[in-house]
Design a protein around this ligand. Structure first.
Ligand code: ARG
Length: 596
């Protein structure tokens, strides 16, 4: 049962009977909820062309609905100035809707007509480097976006796409070698496969990489050596390759632990290195199709569209033609023949298309990579590596800022570690729980702390920066994750105390109506967010439902209700609210808790 569709059908059939152009009919939630639940401005759109007054046309339509339309009894239509048709959904219709969705496996969320295979690329942590605060948003937004697609009926796959191939690996290896941690691997006749990385821990890597990274900027010879080491790894030369693999295993285990803290689940732990086998083939495609040209010893692809590629007047005849270009050419091979980030991504698309044929690939990174993905996508389309029908989408998000509006840092100005942010959230949540009398439940605190951050993040528009305000996020009251979790815990408590028999819902009071309407709006938020690649509307609608339930809870003592029928209906409604809130939290990647 879909109320909006029923309303649209009623209006359409009447409009057609009246000889009006029904294609202009659009029913939306009312922006004056005190007056009505839905509204339609159809009469205003068509009246003028017919030489009629909108209000008179609206009145005629309403009259005809009352006379003719079946199903109309469930809704009250009225014409109001200057020509709106206002619609109130009766308690009967709302009850029918609630009873229908409580038995529906999707709880009434309208799924897409044609499910697609959507491939997600998020996370993207770099191996051999510790995750920091900048790595939080991709798994948070990516996981929620993936789940939203799954809820909407798409098939989803997710790849973490680790940064496991670049200079950082060469740098780390070189530094470890210089500092004597790899001596055994370089001994003559060493059985490198059997050797363990003794004394190489993550903490050590956290020191070695930054050390090397600093040195490369001032020490030309060192940088060259690191480049060589990187190349050896890429050529699978021993012992470099085996050492690299061991370092990678070590840090992937840690990366997995970090992502698990956020309930982030990947189908694949592939990385940039997995694309390397397809790099040559990828470059060759551009060469064969005459899409690549040499430029300053690099191989580039012109991806600018007409109008984006503006020639700069030459000063002399023999000067090469240069272009002013907001969309610079994509470099697919570097001067030294080394592989580049863009080529890795293009090759990865080639592989994904060969193995899975996704209808869409969605990437989540911060907004510094907007140009990179534009270039990659255009290259893939130009070369036919991505079929025309395939959608390539980059969702670029802003940064997580501190209260001062600048990227979140420690007091001393250092980058905050990923783990430290999560630990801070957990300990703050523990404090909160302790003041509610719950002690020593770290997993519960994790669910609440992480849920708080996720809800705080996702309730903002994805592309904007947002302020990490831990106290606000963790408030048990307000537009927060914990508030929603708390509402569910409260419903659990009511249900555990009541003798609920599993009956039907019979909407009566204003509070109950508002709950049913909030569920309708929540369900439509899934569609809105799916279309807009966003999640904030879903957060907001989830909060509104929790808040509508709190109003009922405060105004109506459900457990003390003496009319058994009323009580059973309220309990059934509470159970439905719980299911809807749980579904929404699941979509957002937020855990629910039994009590708090
Ligand atoms: N490792 C990259 C970085 O840290 C992010 C990877 C994003 N995904 C991709 N397919 N390029 O910037």
């Amino acid at each position: 049962m879909n109320i909006k569709k029923e309303l649209t059908d009623i209006l359409c059939s009447v409009a057609k009977e009246m000889g009006l152009d029904a294609s202009k009919i659009c029913v939306v939630f009312s922006n004056r909820p005190e007056l009505c639940d839905y509204q339609c401005n159809f009469a205003m759109l068509v009246a003028k062309a017919l030489g009629e007054k909108p209000i008179e046309l609206a009145e005629k339509i309403v009259k005809n609905i009352e006379k003719n339309a079946k199903n109309a009894k469930k809704y009250e239509f009225s014409a109001v100035m200057p020509g709106f048709i206002n619609i109130k959904v009766t308690n009967l219709a709302l009850s029918e809707f609630c009873n229908f969705i409580k038995n529906d496996k999707n709880l009434g969320v309208e799924q897409v007509e044609k499910p697609r295979l959507v491939f997600f690329d998020y996370g993207g942590a770099n191996v051999a480097k510790e995750l920091h605060v900048g790595h939080l948003r991709s798994p948070i937004v990516g996981e929620a976006m993936k789940r939203l697609h799954a809820v909407m009926g798409d098939r989803v796959l997710a790849d973490v796409h680790l940064g496991d191939y670049g200079l950082q690996m060469g740098l780390t290896l070189l530094q470890l070698k210089i500092d004597g941690f790899l001596d055994k691997f370089f001994e003559k006749n060493a059985k490198i496969q059997d050797l363990a990385l003794e004394n190489v821990t993550l903490d050590l890597l956290n020191e070695e990489y930054p050390k090397a990274s600093k040195r490369k900027d001032v020490d030309e010879e060192f940088k060259k050596q690191a480049d060589d080491f990187t190349l050896y790894i890429q050529q699978k030369k021993e012992p470099y390759y085996t050492i690299y693999k061991k370092i990678k295993d070590l840090s992937v285990a840690e990366i997995q632990k970090n992502y698990a803290l956020l309930n982030t689940q990947f189908d694949f732990y592939y990385g940039e290195s997995d694309a390397q086998g397809s790099i040559d083939e990828t470059v060759q495609i551009f060469v064969d199709k005459a899409l690549a040209r040499e430029s300053e010893d690099a191989l580039v692809v012109d991806v600018a569209l007409e109008g984006e590629h503006i020639p700069i007047p030459k000063k002399s005849e023999d000067e090469p033609q240069r272009y002013k270009n907001p969309m610079p050419p994509a470099i697919i091979k570097k001067y030294n023949g080394g592989d580049v980030y863009a080529t890795t991504d293009i090759a990865t698309i080639l592989i994904r298309n060969r193995d899975y044929h996704p209808d869409e690939i969605i990437y989540l990174t911060d907004n510094r990579q907007i140009m990179h993905f534009k270039q990659v996508f255009r290259c893939c389309k130009l070369a036919g590596i991505s079929p025309e029908s395939q959608k390539l989408t980059h969702i670029a998000f802003g940064t997580m800022n501190g209260q001062d509006g600048k990227p979140f840092k420690t007091r001393s100005g250092a980058t905050v570690k990923f783990k430290d942010v999560v630990n801070l959230l957990i300990s703050k949540a523990e404090e909160k729980l302790a003041s509610n009398g719950i002690k020593g439940d770290r997993e519960l605190a994790r669910k609440i702390g992480v849920g708080a951050m996720k809800f705080g993040d996702l309730s903002n528009t994805v592309e904007k920066d947002y302020v990490f305000d831990i106290d606000k996020f963790l408030s048990f009251d307000g537009k927060t994750g914990p508030y929603i979790q708390y509402t569910i815990a409260r419903i659990n408590s009511i249900l555990s105390k009541a003798n609920f028999k599993g009956g039907e819902i019979n909407i009566q009071s204003e509070e109950e109506r508002n709950i049913a309407l909030a569920i309708l709006k929540l369900n439509s938020a899934y569609n809105v967010c799916y279309e807009a690649y966003s999640l904030n509307a879903l957060c907001l609608a989830t909060f509104d439902l929790a808040s509508a339930f709190s109003t009922l809870y405060n105004n109506h003592k459900i457990l003390a209700e003496i009319d058994e029928n009323v009580k059973q209906s309220l309990l059934a409604l509470s159970l439905l609210v719980k299911a809807c809130l749980e579904k929404a939290l699941w979509t957002l990647g937020i855990d629910t808790v039994e009590k708090m």
